[in-house]
Design a binder for this molecule. Structure first.
Ligand code: FES
Length: 104
């Protein structure tokens, strides 16, 4: 399975062997990675699971609900995503997830 490397805002790294069927947000919560709040539990309505994604393979397109949440982020970058909308799969490659300074 692909490896997910979470990098906190202060540079602290956490490497996790991913589990198929979980989202990146669920992986972070399961392994107590700081920096993702996930207040809505993965419904794409809070935006507190924002992250910056670095992958070699193509990610699924941003859906309208995710887009509306990302649009509220002042720190949005071209690789911003909601981690609750990113499904982990065996076919996907390793991922690096950088976490923002704060969730809002
Ligand atoms: S957990 Fe709320 S938008 Fe992702």
């Amino acid at each position: 399975m692909p490896v997910i490397t979470f990098i906190e805002f202060d540079g602290t790294k956490h490497q996790i062997d991913s589990e198929s069927g979980l989202t990146v947000m669920e992986m972070a919560m399961k392994h107590d990675i700081p920096g993702i709040d996930a207040d809505c539990g993965g419904s794409a309505v809070c935006g507190t699971c924002h992250c910056f994604v670095e992958v070699s393979s193509e990610l699924p397109a941003v859906e309208p609900q995710e887009e509306s949440m990302l649009g509220l982020r002042p720190d949005r970058e071209s690789n911003s995503r909601l981690s609750c909308q990113l499904q982990v799969s065996e076919q996907g490659g390793d991922m690096t997830i950088r976490l923002p300074e704060f969730q809002m």
